[in-house]
Design a protein around this ligand. Structure first.
Ligand code: URA
Length: 264
């Protein structure tokens, strides 16, 4: 089996809850290993445990994933091209465990763009961002300031995307390397969607867009991302767990509404 397929198959087993690998031949773990004292016993290679011929691991990747992402993102002349470039990007491990590329939803050209963190289970299944419970809350929040992803006119429509287009296994936090390699795509996404104002929900979006974390401190304060005003806000998934924080979110939404009005 080829290295990446074997690794994806193993990761899938782990997601299903497998925490033990059984070999074809029993191992008596009470037997003293025939190694020198202090030298750890040789681990059984995963490929051997699966009964396969151990393939040598591939040469370490010589390509810089961030540089590759930058090159591919810059070459995209429109949103369809950007989606295709992301679909062709092979450096992010998350892609191998995800069902779908979750690109965006709503109206390109909308005045408001929301950047979330990463798809969850429902989003992965449907291939659209923010369709689960957190997404439903986000829609209600946007509706409260007269904005919607399904709106006809650009003036009150919203375009929604995530930093990560693939669902991390078990919704784990994306690693700094995974975030860094998707930033060039996100930047190009903002340029091509060309909103007037950005909303960054949660720490990962703030990290990716403005290089800062600490949403409790950042929220409610205008920042700038890619030459556009950006409002950091609590993530709707956090608001579902901490509904008393909706008051702050409401204040931030009113700020966004006021900024949009100022800019007309
Ligand atoms: N949380 C996010 O940040 N994005 C989604 O698309 C869904 C949940």
């Amino acid at each position: 089996m080829e290295y990446y397929s074997a690794r994806a198959a193993l990761q899938w087993q782990v997601e299903l809850g497998a925490d033990e690998a059984l070999g074809d031949v029993p191992i008596n773990r009470y037997e003293l290993p025939d190694t020198a004292p202090g030298k750890p016993a040789r681990p059984v290679p995963v490929a051997a445990m699966a009964g396969a011929q151990a393939a040598p691991p591939p040469e370490p990747d010589k390509v810089d994933p961030v540089a590759d992402a930058r090159r591919m993102a810059q070459a995209a002349g429109d949103l369809d091209g950007l989606r295709a470039a992301m679909a062709a990007f092979e450096h992010c491990e998350l892609k191998r465990g995800a069902r779908n590329l979750v690109f965006a939803d709503g109206q390109p050209g909308a005045r408001l763009m929301v950047i979330g963190e990463a798809p969850g289970r429902e989003e992965d299944r449907e291939g659209r961002p923010f369709v689960g419970r957190a997404g439903q809350l986000l829609d209600r929040m946007l509706d409260a300031i007269g904005m919607a992803r399904g709106a006809e006119s650009a003036a009150n429509s919203v375009y929604i995307t995530n930093v990560m287009p693939w669902r991390p296994p078990q919704n784990r936090e994306p690693t700094p390397e995974e975030i860094a390699m998707m930033v060039p795509f996100m930047q190009r996404h903002v340029e091509l969607a060309a909103p007037d104002v950005l909303i960054l929900v949660g720490n990962i979006s703030c990290d990716a867009a403005i290089g800062k974390r600490g949403i409790t401190r950042l929220r409610g304060q205008w920042a700038e991302a890619y030459g556009r005003p950006a409002m950091p806000m609590f993530h709707p998934a956090y608001l579902l767990r901490q509904p008393q924080m909706k008051r702050e979110a409401w204040a931030d939404l009113l700020e966004v509404q006021a900024r949009l009005r100022e800019m007309t």
